[in-house]
Design a protein around this ligand. Structure first.
Ligand code: HPA
Ligand code: MG
Length: 281
């Protein structure tokens, strides 16, 4: 396992695409700095995805399916759902219920599967937040595959850990712990992420994986995408479940200082919740 602390040397996405790669937990000193700009310019666009839609994803190609919009006004009272006692006053509202997540993930799995046709997708779960989505997505893939009778292996998988948030704030830096990236070579890779918020994590992680892993294609499936009020969108994922308002959300493995990962619905945190878990559990 290699651990990198990655931060943009100037700006986060766009030019110059230059990353500082600091190896912080290994005795191997890898290339301390890699410059992506030149190689990226020369590289053909990654072969990917549908070509008929409105939004271009950050892989440079068109997004065929748009996410479901969750409006701020569609927040539902916590009294209408089962909220465990340990979080009773710590969430303000339910934004997306467990049932709605399940139904949407099934459809995402079908969309993803038809985009990859008969290839074996290499899923990379971005820990820790992406783990519930990853779990449900792979079981939906399995169900679709078993019902289809197709003979190819539907997916393989691996894990990457990325950390960029402290409390409710993005630190602007991303700590990445990855396994052997050479295993991505020539594969059709799909990163499975919980939320695209500022886009910092993906705008730094993706160039690293392309450069070090040399996959055949790489795309991103994110359960959520945040409509940031500052409109500072640095990254657009290829497959997105829901577009959510600019609120700090928790549950379904999305956390606040490691709390709320065990909550089954996606909820808006309350001021009491922020105070209660400001130093962790
Ligand atoms: N909730 C939890 N984790 C996050 C969020 C959020 O709203 N944005 C980025 N990481
Ligand atoms: Mg995440």
């Amino acid at each position: 396992m290699r651990t990198f602390a990655v931060q943009p040397t100037s700006g986060c996405q766009g030019s110059p695409e230059r990353l500082t790669l600091v190896v912080i937990k290994t005795r191997y000193l890898l290339t301390p700095e890699i410059t992506l700009a030149k190689n990226e310019k020369n590289r053909k666009p990654f072969p990917f995805l549908g070509m008929n839609s409105k939004t271009s994803s950050s892989s440079g190609l068109k997004r065929e399916h748009e996410p479901v919009d969750i409006l701020s006004s569609s927040q539902q009272p916590t009294s209408a759902f089962v909220i465990p006692k340990h979080y009773a006053c710590h969430v303000r509202s339910v934004l997306i219920s467990r049932g709605q997540i399940q139904d949407r993930v099934e459809k995402l799995a079908a969309d993803i599967r038809s985009s990859y046709a008969h290839t074996t997708v290499h899923l990379i779960c971005v820990l820790k937040g992406g783990s519930a989505f990853f779990h449900d997505l792979q079981s939906a893939f399995r169900a679709l595959h078993n019902a289809s009778g197709d003979a190819h292996v539907p997916f393989t998988f691996d894990f990457i850990r990325a950390k960029s948030y402290s409390g409710t704030e993005s630190t602007g830096k991303v700590e990445i712990s990855a396994c052997d990236l050479s295993k991505l070579k020539g594969r059709d890779v799909l990163l499975v992420e919980d939320i695209i918020d500022t886009g910092t994590t993906m705008s730094l992680l993706l160039p690293l994986l392309k450069e070090e892993g040399l996959p055949k294609s790489i795309a991103v499936a994110s359960l959520l995408e945040k409509r940031r009020e500052d409109k500072d969108v640095k990254f657009v994922a290829d497959f997105v479940g829901f577009s959510v308002p600019d609120e700090f959300v928790v549950g379904y493995c999305l956390d606040y200082n490691d709390a709320f990962r065990d909550l089954q619905h996606i909820c808006c945190i309350s001021p009491e919740g922020i105070e209660r878990f400001k130093d962790g559990i």
